[in-house]
Design a protein around this ligand. Sequence first.
Ligand SMILES: Cc1cc2nc3c(=O)[nH]c(=O)nc-3n(C[C@H](O)[C@H](O)[C@H](O)COP(=O)(O)OP(=O)(O)OC[C@H]3O[C@@H](n4cnc5c(N)ncnc54)[C@H](O)[C@@H]3O)c2cc1C
Length: 422
Amino acid sequence: MPDATLPHIAGDAAALTIQQRELIALAATLGRERFAPRAARWDREASFPFDNFVDLRNAGLLGICVPRAHGGLGADFATYVMVAAELGRHCGSTALSFNMHVCSTMWSGFIADSLDMTAAERTEHERIRGIHYGRVVGQGKVYSQPFSEGGAAAAGKAPWGTLASHADGGGYHVRGKKIFASLSGAADYYGVLCTLEDTAHGGGNLRDSLYLAVPADAPGVKVTGDWDPLGMRGTVSRTLLLDDVWVPEEARLMPEGLYFQAAQRYPHMFATLSPTYMGIAQAAYDFSVAYLRGEVPNTPPVKRRMYPTKQIAVAEMRIKLEQTRALFLQSAREARVDPDKDARMRLLAAHYSIMENANDICRVAVRTCGGQAMLKSLPLERLYRDSRCGSLMLPWTAELCVDRLGRECLYESGERDEPIEA
Ligand SMILES: Cc1cc2nc3c(=O)[nH]c(=O)nc-3n(C[C@H](O)[C@H](O)[C@H](O)COP(=O)(O)OP(=O)(O)OC[C@H]3O[C@@H](n4cnc5c(N)ncnc54)[C@H](O)[C@@H]3O)c2cc1C
């Protein structure tokens, strides 16, 4: 159960569905009792939180977004992101890695269901995703989501440099390189975005994106490089090399061409990274309150709450937290296919605000709590480092959110400017 003395991650719990309340309570219990005590270890070692994934598996949460018809919990977008935020409150690396796994099931699940497909494509997709969901729900397999390549593709500005082609006799050959592949060496399947080179109309374009689950043990798959970053160290996001890897037809997580449609019509699919940082913002606030009250376990019971400057700082943190939560919850509940322009703009504003405010709340928390609070024996300095990573993450870095939002504010669909005369 969430600790009743702490703010609920979703604000007013009475406004939630029964499933939302139960799953958030489950995440809170796991987070408080298991993930928070282990978080320093993954951070110190830059090692993957395998123990936490055992707990997530045993709790049935690997199937949180798997449709009920396939044995999962059938959570919708809003339910999932609230659970993700609660997990992020206790271990950022676990929540972020878990998100990469959940996206594989969400994109192939209710997002794919909301898009246009022929009847034959839908039937075939239902068959294939049943195989993937069977692995997740029945065998506890973990998927990841490496799409970054170090070029313009992850920002959606160019086709994926990782290429796939149809194999003689069925299936696909895949070759390329993915950077920042969270869960590298830990996932059972890598959900790789690539460009299909040989479609009926030629291939090689943005529209020809293909989403394939590559088995981690397939010949030609290799994890390389170091992992010693500033924050989110437990994600173990090393480099993935795909050297002419063959995968069967059933590796498709979406029908050919559907990812492009999803990216155009379901923008919330790109906003599943920020809930982790909503949780980190909450954790920094929770810590500051406990610290200023002299109630952090294993520290001297020194109260600092009586100083007006501390009260002002913590009030400012709470204001920023509530502003962030309000946008987070509203945009979470607006997730749907073809959201209107206002909802799209609010989504970008929400994603930007969560990523930037999480880091800012952590910054104020370190300054306000003071020197003893930033020792590595306490979680605050880790929250501060983890929070710095959010706005760097593609496809919606803080800069790219601002770029898109600015254009959406000033231009209607299809509008162009006259060339400026010299
Ligand atoms: C902890 C962590 C875990 C991650 N896990 C994953 C994962 O599991 N899967 C995955 O695919 N990726 C993952 N990433 C990668 C992440 O999503 C980004 O791809 C990565 O951080 C981008 O780094 P880069 O230096 O290559 O970015 P670049 O693309 O070089 O961008 C550098 C800067 O330029 C800006 N920029 C980029 N393109 C444009 C443009 N077109 N117009 C204007 N400005 C632009 C960006 O805003 C950014 O500030 C992870 C990253 C981190 C930090």
